[in-house]
Design a protein around this ligand. Structure first.
Ligand code: ADP
Ligand code: TYD
Length: 218
């Protein structure tokens, strides 16, 4: 597994979870954090949009309200602003302390949800990412699930953060296909895990998948 290049001066391990809404990312990110902590590792479990005080404020702006509240271009700016704050306040300090950072969504979500699902804005997303963020996770776990199952799970959960779920099945289908294409294009960073299984089974597969890249247990 690729490790963070030494020139970044970061010693920790940066893992991200990606997938469509309802794919089980949050459940599995939490389970992985619990199992690594049980082995004595120090883990920062965080999420996007959010993960720092400022980014959590931006989260409310992007996840609540009408589906047409923001254009895809405005969303790229808002998600990247949130990510920059998250990186400065939470992710980079934890990596500098040598911790394992587990992030529920990162820049791949912007590449897909803003870059692909409403016209091709991939180049804009990637340029802004290079300018303002500049790092990728060491390893990205893509939990793959059919959009029908994902939407059923996400809508059963309900709540007021439904702006993206409200964009419907075609949107989630485009997102699933986009994530799979991204994984194919970046095989060194991505591992695709089938999300249509029991949570215990999925957790075991993920734990096995990341084993090779973990630093020795303390
Ligand atoms: P995400 O963060 O990807 O949106 P969650 O982990 O929040 O997904 O899961 C969405 C819903 O589906 C939750 O109600 C959760 O309890 C349930 N869920 C998670 N994993 C599974 C699974 N493997 N099988 C069935 N239901 C699941
Ligand atoms: P999340 O809290 O992970 O929701 P869920 O648990 O339902 O998957 O993410 C909320 C929504 O934000 C999700 O629909 C995807 C969207 N999103 C983007 O559109 N772009 C981004 O860069 C990020 C991080 C999330």
């Amino acid at each position: 597994m690729p490790r963070l290049p030494a020139e970044r001066g970061l010693t920790g391990l940066f893992l991200s979870f990606e997938g469509i809404d309802g794919s089980g990312k949050s459940t599995q990110a939490r389970r992985l954090a619990e199992s690594l902590r049980a082995e004595g590792r120090i883990v920062t479990l965080t999420r996007e949009p959010g993960g720092s005080a400022g980014a959590e404020e931006i989260r409310r702006l992007v996840l609540e309200g009408a589906t047409d509240r923001w254009s895809a271009e405005t969303e790229i700016l808002l998600f990247t602003a949130a990510r920059r704050d998250h990186l400065e306040k939470t992710i980079r300090p934890a990596l500098e302390r040598g911790e394992v950072v587990i992030c529920d969504r990162f820049a791949d979500s912007t590449r897909i949800f803003q870059g692909l699902t409403r016209g091709d804005l991939t180049d804009t997303v990637n340029r802004l990412h290079a300018l303002m963020i500049g790092i990728e996770p060491d390893l990205t776990i893509l939990i793959d699930l059919s959009p029908e199952t994902g939407l059923a799970r996400a809508t059963a959960r309900q709540g007021h953060e439904m702006r993206f779920e409200d964009m419907g099945l075609a949107f989630q289908t485009a997102a699933r296909n986009g994530f799979l294409a991204l994984a194919l294009a970046n095989p060194a960073r991505f591992r695709v895990i089938d999300g249509d299984a029991e949570p215990d089974q999925i957790a075991a597969r993920i734990r096995q998948t990341i084993a090779a890249g973990l630093p020795p247990s303390p």
